[in-house]
Design a protein around this ligand. Structure first.
Ligand SMILES: [Cu+2]
Length: 483
């Protein structure tokens, strides 16, 4: 048996700088005051209160610039990168951290960084309303609130150019840790999934919007035949028989929806966009839409020396007119390679993870109705100067998002985590904090959300990047008083 000696390239961790008291002035000069933690939608249980996190001031720098990296074996290509890496460095924060990220835009066009899923001030959201001009800089300042431990990601969000900049390599993982993580100590893998298409010359293929392929991408969402995990083709993850690993998986693809399965293994589904569930849920496969994240526990039930393959199986998100011919072919993503060492005793896993308190539907005074049709939201395309929905700070609302066409449109709301109530009238089986929901063909999804802490203008949009860039986006303005 030939075991691969290649170890997976995990996104390198950009370790937080813990500012000593003498350096506090630098970090605090940019930090916003911490909002009232009691207002946060994910409070801790009284039974198991969180230890008060030590307040850290975390300061780091991201340079956005062209680079040349290898995305395919034996080939290099021109990319856009955070600190020279694709994906960008994995950012690790702790609940309670005051974070300042100094961003320098060395591109020839505007960009932003959107901290996808984080509940932070609108001034730090990196929406299309706040571009960093070519050659410019911006300091993103925010506090990681208690209750927000989970897996997030960061990527540009400039008007009309999000798909291009992410396709060229600008995306990275964020891991937020809680002091009382019930799964602490379990070995982790951060797996950032993406796909890409290359020209015959080996460069990232992003055709002009008015070309035939560009028009097809606009409709179907740009997919590529090369599947990447952490910017690599088919990496190998080592595991020991009996070991349990916690996989944090991020779908950074523009349009591809993954249906993940690991040959011979089941998963324990323990968390999604906004962190852990109340209890683990055994699943044999996992559908992951664009922008979504999942946390899965992988139990090393294989024999020493054996291997398994993580695949993405057929998932029909497509309109039949633009569905690729090979849409239903299973595709390999990575190899799980068991060491030859004897099995270890599996760890005892907790049956309860945390309390996810339900948002109170009886307090929802406002109902909104959002209709997704092809390229349009409520019949309109994005207008940067228009406010589409107006909400009140602190209000609880129920949104119904209805997809009236025959292809999936993954919905994303900025700034606030929500709880799905039902899909096509079927109650959601368990509570979870979400910022994404794939609204499937002709499906209607209802969710509940509370606009805590942060007023401002917030985007909601389809997370097929081609749809978003072509205007499938709206603006919610949350104000302290009712207008
Ligand atoms: Cu869409």
């Amino acid at each position: 048996m030939v075991a691969s000696k290649r170890r997976p390239r995990r996104p390198s961790s950009l370790f937080a700088v813990l500012a000593a008291s003498s350096a506090l002035g630098v970090a605090l000069a940019h930090a916003r005051p911490a909002p009232h933690p009691g207002l946060h939608p994910a409070p801790r249980t009284a039974r198991n209160p969180a230890p008060l996190p030590a307040v850290r001031n975390v300061e780091l720098t991201l340079n956005i610039a062209p680079a040349r990296v290898s995305l395919r074996p034996g080939d290099t290509c021109n990319v856009l990168a955070f600190n020279g890496q694709v994906p960008g460095p994995t950012l690790e924060f702790r609940e309670g951290d005051h974070v300042v990220v100094h961003v320098h835009n060395h591109l020839a066009e505007p960009t932003t960084i959107h901290w996808h899923g984080l509940h932070i001030p609108a001034s730090a959201d990196g929406s299309p309303l706040s571009p960093i001009p070519a050659g410019g800089s911006y300091d993103y300042a925010f506090t990681i609130l208690p209750g927000s431990a989970g897996t997030y990601w960061y990527h540009p969000h400039p008007h009309h150019r999000t798909g291009y900049q992410i396709a060229k390599g600008l995306y990275g993982a964020i891991v937020i840790r809680a002091a009382d993580d019930p799964l602490a100590g379990i070995p982790e893998q951060v797996l950032v999934l993406s796909d890409n298409r290359f020209t015959p010359a080996g460069e990232v293929d992003f055709p002009p919007p008015d070309s035939p392929q560009g028009r097809l991408d606009e409709e179907n969402g740009r997919e590529g035949p090369v599947l990447l995990v952490n910017g690599r083709v088919m990496p190998t993850i080592p595991i020991r028989s009996g070991e349990v690993q916690r996989w944090r998986i991020i779908n950074a693809s523009a349009a591809r929806i993954y249906r993940l399965a690991l040959t011979g293994h089941e998963f324990l589904y323990v968390g999604s966009d906004g962190g852990l569930f109340e209890r683990p849920v055994p699943v044999s496969e996992m559908v992951l839409a664009t922008g979504e994240r999942v946390e899965l526990l992988v139990r090393g039930s294989g024999a020493p020396g054996s291997r398994a393959v993580l695949q993405t199986l057929a998932y029909d998100r497509y309109d039949p007119h633009t569905r690729p011919a090979d849409w239903n072919a299973p595709r390999d993503l990575l190899t799980l390679q068991y060491s030859d060492s004897a099995a270890v005793a599996p760890p005892v896993l907790p049956s309860r993870l945390r309390v996810v308190p339900a948002l109170d539907t009886s307090r929802a005074a406002v109902r909104r109705y959002i209709v997704f049709s092809q390229g349009l939201i409520n019949g309109k395309t994005m207008d940067m100067n228009r406010v589409d929905e107006r909400g009140r700070l602190g209000a609880t609302e129920i949104w119904q998002v209805e997809n009236v066409v025959g292809m999936d449109h993954p919905f994303h709301l900025h700034g606030f985590q929500f709880q799905i109530l039902e899909r096509n009238g079927v109650p959601e089986p368990f509570r979870a904090w979400k910022d994404m929901v794939d609204v499937r063909k002709h499906e209607s999804v209802r969710f509940i959300v509370r606009f805590d802490d942060y007023p401002g203008k917030w985007m909601y949009h389809c997370h097929i990047l081609d749809h978003e860039d072509h205007g499938m986006m709206g603006i919610l303005e949350v104000t302290p008083t009712r207008r």
